[in-house]
Ligand binder design. Structure first.
Ligand code: ASP
Length: 326
């Protein structure tokens, strides 16, 4: 390489460095899109909208929420995996990120390789609920009814890969009964149909069922938690109600495409940590039975560890249940 060329290359490398350094330093200099993989009005959407406000303040940039629905959250994840790794497209996803690789043989992304983790956000139990005139008052009566009327009962979920699908699968396993499942693009429309009586039962996060349970619009049989919840004191836990150790806690986390600059991820992680200490977020989460993770949980490391351990946890359970999206 001659002197001029190597000098030119060095200058080019320097200016490239300056541009890259600036891109990180200036981040964010345009609105950030936060992708929700389910429809509006569901738990993932609710949690995202709640944390996006203080995150946006902290980052000094607008956060636009985009609901991309389909295939239990996998359509959105597939799109974010292919988005530019510039920090302007962020995905909120839940436990489905860890079940999809077993449920889908042709998943168009690899959760461990195509994303960087930003941090965990919440932990939330599920509620087993039914339309308000469903002919069962307790979980024992519900189980009895499902076993004897299996071909008449419809079970709503948010698609294969959704938390509600996982919970429904575990419920059907626990009572050894197959029901007809009705997939929706998210809990929002599923809950509307449950309240309207178009579908019979569902298992979904307290985030969006609590209001309807307390308002008497739907019936709750159990919470999939170890202990009763402060805001649903009359709803027994699954084990109290006779379903043994059937417990399920859903977790949410934020992702960006693989190879996003660590400096950008650091800014997103600290904004997430600030958001999780915001009083309005804390109060609303408490009302919705949704627990914000600790500051240690809201880190890329804790999130990456959760993701890979959950992929390993769910794979044999899903295979054993014989459930697949194919
Ligand atoms: N709760 C839904 C699920 O079953 C998704 C949503 O947030 O709408 O995964």
């Amino acid at each position: 390489m001659n002197e001029y060329f190597s000098g030119f290359a060095a200058a080019a490398a320097l200016s490239l460095f300056a541009i890259t350094a600036n891109a990180q330093d200036d981040y964010p200099s345009q609105p950030i899109t936060m992708v929700v993989p389910f429809s509006a009005g569901g738990p993932t959407d609710t949690v995202t909208r709640l944390i996006s406000e203080p995150m946006s303040k902290e980052l000094g940039s607008e956060i636009v929420i985009q609901n991309i629905t389909g295939a239990g959250g996998t359509v959105a994840a597939g799109q974010v995996a292919k988005a530019p790794a510039d920090g302007y497209t962020v995905l909120m996803h839940h436990i489905g990120m860890s079940t999809a690789p077993t449920l889908y043989s042709n998943l168009p992304y690899n959760p461990l390789e195509d994303f960087e983790t930003v941090g965990l956000v919440t932990e939330v139990p599920m509620t087993i609920v039914a339309r308000k005139d469903f002919p069962a008052e307790t979980l024992q009566e519900l189980v009895e009814y499902l076993k004897t009327h299996a071909d008449e009962v419809t079970l709503a979920n948010a698609g294969t890969g959704a938390a509600s699908q996982l919970c429904g699968m575990l419920l059907m396993e626990a009572i050894d009964t197959q029901l007809t499942t009705v997939p929706y693009p998210g809990t929002g429309p599923a809950l509307t149909d449950l309240v309207g009586g178009q579908v019979d039962i569902m298992c979904d996060q307290t985030t969006n069922t609590t209001g309807q349970i307390l308002g008497g619009e739907i019936k709750a049989y159990a919470v999939t938690a170890e202990e009763r919840l402060a805001n649903l004191p009359d709803v027994p836990t699954t084990s109290e109600a006779g379903l043994g150790d059937f417990q399920l806690r859903i977790w949410h986390g934020l992702y960006v495409p693989a190879e996003t600059d660590p400096a950008i991820i650091e800014k997103l992680t600290s904004a997430l940590q600030v958001a999780l200490q915001d009083q309005n977020v804390i109060d609303r989460f408490a009302e919705l039975g949704t627990t914000p993770v600790s500051q240690e949980g809201a880190t890329p490391e804790a999130h990456a560890e959760m993701l890979s351990s959950q992929i390993d946890l769910w794979a044999p359970i899903i295979k054993e249940a014989g459930v697949s999206a194919d």
